[in-house]
Design a protein around this ligand. Structure first.
Ligand SMILES: CC(C)(COP(=O)(O)OP(=O)(O)OC[C@H]1O[C@@H](n2cnc3c(N)ncnc32)[C@H](O)[C@@H]1OP(=O)(O)O)[C@@H](O)C(=O)NCCC(=O)NCCS
Length: 116
């Protein structure tokens, strides 16, 4: 059963300026494994976390680094969650997520479906 869906779009250039202006944000938003990625992929992962939050009703208190996007050998992304995000998912009866990312024409976007 689909429990929730979330979508988000990010202006890649604006996101890059924000990260340059506030370098500490990179650590607050991204796990160690994500931080080294190029700006379009980072923006898409930020969009994925926003979309993930929306799929869970965007409660206050979710930590950005309690979710990360991992990709398999073919490049397919999946979400790994823990901590605050896992607790919220458990509260809602969500046991799996589906995520899709895109970046083109200066925009990064993501869709997340929460299933339970
Ligand atoms: C609520 C939130 C998702 C809105 O995102 P935003 O980037 O400011 O705004 P967007 O334009 O992308 O999205 C706006 C839409 O979000 C939707 N939205 C608002 N509150 C929502 C909620 N509690 N649950 C799901 N969707 C919500 C609405 O449809 C809104 O559109 P509307 O104002 O026309 O109705 C954002 O403020 C927020 O709380 N982000 C979560 C941060 C977070 O928890 N991060 C850690 C995740 S790992």
């Amino acid at each position: 059963m689909i429990v929730g869906v979330g979508i988000d779009v990010v202006d890649i250039a604006r996101f890059e300026s924000t990260l340059e202006r506030t370098p500490a944000l990179r650590e607050r938003l991204f796990t160690i494994e994500e931080r080294h990625l190029g700006i379009a992929s980072l923006a898409a992962r930020f969009a994925a976390k926003e979309a993930l939050a929306k799929s869970l009703g965007a409660p206050v208190g979710l930590h950005w680094t309690d979710a990360r996007v991992v990709t398999n050998d073919e490049g397919r992304p999946t979400l790994e969650i823990g901590g605050t995000v896992l607790a919220r998912a458990n509260d809602l009866g969500v046991d799996s997520f589906h995520v899709s990312l895109s970046h083109d024409a200066g925009v990064a976007s993501a869709v997340v479906i929460a299933e339970g």
